[in-house]
Write a protein that binds this ligand. Structure first.
Ligand SMILES: Cc1cc2nc3c(=O)[nH]c(=O)nc-3n(C[C@H](O)[C@H](O)[C@H](O)COP(=O)(O)OP(=O)(O)OC[C@H]3O[C@@H](n4cnc5c(N)ncnc54)[C@H](O)[C@@H]3O)c2cc1C
Length: 319
């Protein structure tokens, strides 16, 4: 792609779209980034919640951390680290055997470096979207993409029918742009008609989709019987992971001495619930029931889990 007079639309301001937009803009390409959400991050998300007494809490309720496995990515991440956008999470992880009621397989810190966004997982995307040459438009769902043969460009239209402009290239970072799931959520056909690109259609189908619920919890005191900052569940039908969010670097813990945790459901549990619920946004009652189920399972570990001062479930459609 030559930079001269190139105009690119990037759909999605998650980590894929934000990195892509920033790399293109650094090479002089004019980039417009669209995201349905209110801000950047996608599944590298941080959520703000307010307790009944007005206390603000924040949870990384999507990806809890990331690791680096190539030199090229390591170079990019060390640049982010130098800018204060990410930090290493020096945490100890283990596995909790639900049947034996014991932790095992302690993974001492340093085995695999774990990185987190600072002060939240979304900080990297937020910062990349502000770079020179990137125009970010949030709260805009791309509803239609038409290839204009005459002008050799793509014309984008929003879900509510607004013209979003013409672009030489489009980078779509979410398979929703061509998936029937888009129709389930919006009642409209997906933006991109993949019948024109059968090979691409097969590739899209092969991208796995695993549903999951996240459970956000805050406790007035640290969980005394949990010796690690993150653990996977072995032999649990409904829980797969738990992470102590407040132990990450750069997090402000409110109220003092409190601890926040994010638990992740198994895909099997989420599929069962979602099959009953359907593809649309779950009701508050349905989410409250999920929160109750998952918290019961957490308490059943025998780890002396007290009543939380905050509890809420969030549904992730894909993973
Ligand atoms: C609970 C949870 C735990 C996870 N744990 C891990 C982990 O431990 N390790 C790991 O490597 N990964 C993990 N992941 C996966 C990781 O978060 C994702 O792979 C990664 O964040 C995906 O980034 P992305 O930019 O490709 O997509 P996304 O972050 O999904 O971004 C896509 C963006 O596109 C936007 N969008 C879609 N369609 C449109 C449209 N038509 N118009 C406008 N905007 C649109 C969406 O709003 C979204 O913001 C986890 C994910 C979740 C949810």
């Amino acid at each position: 792609m030559s930079a001269a007079a190139t105009n690119v639309a990037v759909i999605g301001a998650g980590i894929s779209g934000a990195v892509c937009a920033s790399l293109l803009a650094a090479r002089g390409v004019a980039v417009t980034l669209f995201d349905s959400g209110r801000g950047a991050g996608g599944r590298m998300a941080q959520r703000r919640e307010v307790m009944d007494d007005g206390t603000e809490l924040r949870f990384d309720h999507g990806a809890p951390y990331f690791t680096v496995s190539s030199d090229e990515v390591a170079r990019v991440v060390s640049g982010w680290e130098a800018r204060g956008l990410v930090a290493e999470w020096k945490a100890m992880f283990a596995c909790f055997d639900r049947e034996a009621g014991k932790f095992r397989d302690f993974d001492k810190e340093g085995t695999t470096k774990k990185y987190v966004g600072v002060p939240g997982m979304n900080s990297i995307c937020k910062s990349l979207c502000l770079e020179d040459g990137v125009v970010a438009r949030f709260g805009v769902t791309v509803g239609k993409m038409d290839w204009l043969q005459n002008g050799s460009s793509w014309s984008l239209t929003s879900l509510d029918g607004k013209d979003l402009g013409n672009f030489d290239y489009v980078v779509a970072t979410d398979k929703n742009v061509a998936s029937h799931k888009f129709s389930g959520l919006t009642g409209r056909p997906p933006p991109l008609d993949l019948s024109v690109f059968p090979n691409l259609s097969t590739m899209f189908q092969d991208i796995p989709v695993r549903p999951c619920f996240a459970l956000m919890l805050a406790f007035s005191e640290p969980l005394a019987m949990v010796p690690v900052q993150g653990f996977s569940f072995y032999n649990s039908d409904s829980l797969s992971w738990a992470f102590c969010d407040s132990s990450k670097p750069g997090r402000v813990c409110l109220p003092p001495n409190s601890q926040s945790w994010v638990l992740r459901s198994t895909a099997e549990y989420a599929s069962k619930v979602i099959n009953n619920m359907g593809p649309r946004k779950p009701s508050a009652d349905a989410l409250a029931k999920v929160a109750e189920d998952l918290f019961k399972e957490f308490q059943a570990t025998g780890l002396n889990i007290p009543q939380p001062i905050f509890i809420k479930a969030h549904r992730w459609s894909v993973f």
